[in-house]
Design a protein around this ligand. Structure first.
Ligand SMILES: C[S@@+](CC[C@H](N)C(=O)[O-])C[C@H]1O[C@@H](n2cnc3c(N)ncnc32)[C@H](O)[C@@H]1O
Length: 322
C-alpha cells in the first residue's frame, strides 16, 4: 500500500463522502484506478465486516441456496468475492452499479479470482436469486430506495451488510420491519424490532469485529489508520439476513448487541430476544470463567440465558468455543 499524496487525498474525500451518508447523485468513481484504490484500502475493511457476518451465518448453519446472486451497488465487488469464497454453490454473479467503472472493475476482479463463475451485468430475470447489498444504504434517496424495494421484492434471500452507525442501523431496522420475511440474523425472532420501542431510542443494533491479527502489526495499516484518522482496532457494522424459504428460527436465543463492558465484579451486556431489549449484568462470582473470557476480549453472539431482574441467573448456551 505505497500511496502518493494524491491517492491519500482521494481516499480522504471518498471516506468523507461515505461518512456524510448523502444520496449519490454524481458518481465519485472517476476512473477504474479510483475503484482499484478503494478496493485495496477501504474495501478491505468492508471485507472484514463480511467475514464477521459470514462467520455468523456458518454458526447458524445457514447458507443461500440459489445458484445466482445480484450484488447491487457492487462498487469494486468486495462483497461478491467474499460471498463466492464462502458459498461455492453460486455459479453466476450479477453486478449492478450506477458507475460503469465500478461494474468493469468488479467483473474483472471476480473473473480473475473465480474463473468458473459467470459474471453478468443487470438484474436476473425469472430465476431465484440472492440479493447482496453492501454499504449502499447511506447513498440512496427516496427514489433509489423505491427502486431497491422492487429488486428486493424479486429476491428469494437477502444478505445486507452496512456500517455500524446509528443512522445506518436504524434505516436497516426499518427495512427489516418492512420486509416480513423469516429473519436468519441478527434477529432471533420475527416480532417487531425491540430497538423501535421509544425507550430504546438511544440504542442501535450494531456489532463489532476486529481486523485479522496481522494487520495490527503491519506498518501499512498503521499508516492507513493515521492518514485517514481511523481507529482500526474495532470495526462496527450492522447487517440483515433474510430468507423467504426459511422455516427454523433460533428459538429461545438472545443476540448480544454492541460492546460488552467489563468491570471488576461484573460485565454489562445488552441482549435482544423476542421479548425486546434487555440491559443485563453478568456477575463475576456467578460465572467466573465467562467473565474472564469477556475480560480477555471474547464477544458473545448468541446466548441462551435466564434473567432474574437485570441479572443473568442461568446460562444455558454461550456459543463460546472451548
Ligand atoms: C460505498 S460504495 C460500496 C460499494 C460496495 N458495495 C462495497 O461494499 O464496497 C456504494 C456503491 O453503491 C453505488 N450506488 C449508489 N447509489 C446507487 C444506485 N441508486 N443504484 C446502483 N448503485 C448505486 C455507488 O456507485 C457505489 O459503487
Amino acid at each position: 500500500m505505497r500511496l502518493s499524496g494524491h491517492q491519500w487525498q482521494k481516499l480522504r474525500e471518498l471516506r468523507q463522502f461515505f461518512l456524510s451518508a448523502q444520496p449519490n447523485r454524481a458518481s465519485y468513481w472517476d476512473s477504474e484506478q479510483t475503484v482499484e484504490l478503494y478496493d485495496q484500502t477501504l474495501a478491505v475493511r468492508i471485507g472484514w465486516r463480511w467475514d464477521a457476518v459470514i462467520s455468523q451465518l456458518r454458526s447458524l448453519h445457514w447458507q443461500p441456496r440459489e445458484k445466482l446472486f445480484l450484488d447491487w451497488g457492487c462498487g469494486s465487488g468486495v462483497a461478491s468475492r467474499k460471498i463466492l469464497e464462502a458459498f461455492p454453490n453460486f455459479e453466476c454473479a450479477y453486478l449492478a452499479d450506477l458507475s460503469s467503472h465500478a461494474e468493469h472493475y468488479a467483473a474483472k476482479a471476480i473473473r480473475t479470482k473465480f474463473p468458473s463463475v459467470s459474471v453478468r451485468n443487470g438484474t436476473p430475470e425469472g430465476e431465484p436469486f440472492c440479493l447482496v447489498l453492501s454499504h449502499v444504504l447511506g447513498e440512496l434517496d427516496e427514489r433509489s430506495e423505491e427502486l431497491l424495494a422492487t429488486i428486493v421484492g424479486r429476491a428469494s434471500s437477502l444478505i445486507w451488510v452496512e456500517g455500524g452507525s446509528a443512522t445506518l442501523s436504524k434505516k436497516l431496522v426499518l427495512w427489516r420491519e418492512r420486509l416480513d420475511w423469516p429473519v436468519i440474523a441478527p434477529c432471533t425472532h420475527r416480532r417487531h424490532c425491540g430497538m423501535l420501542a421509544p425507550e430504546n431510542h438511544l440504542h442501535w443494533c450494531h456489532f463489532l469485529t476486529r481486523p485479522p491479527g496481522e494487520t495490527f502489526m503491519s506498518a501499512e495499516w498503521a499508516e492507513f489508520a493515521k492518514e485517514l484518522e481511523i481507529d482500526h482496532r474495532t470495526i462496527a457494522f450492522s447487517y440483515l439476513v433474510l430468507d423467504r424459504a426459511a422455516t427454523n428460527q433460533s428459538a429461545g436465543l438472545a443476540r448480544s448487541i454492541g460492546s460488552t463492558r467489563v468491570y471488576k465484579a461484573l460485565a454489562k451486556l445488552q441482549l435482544c430476544d423476542d421479548d425486546g431489549l434487555h440491559d443485563v449484568e453478568l456477575m463475576k462470582r456467578d460465572f467466573p470463567e465467562l467473565w474472564k473470557a469477556l475480560k480477555k476480549g471474547w464477544s458473545p453472539d448468541l446466548l441462551q440465558v435466564e434473567i432474574n431482574g437485570n441479572r443473568i441467573s442461568k446460562l444455558l448456551e454461550t456459543g463460546k468455543p472451548e
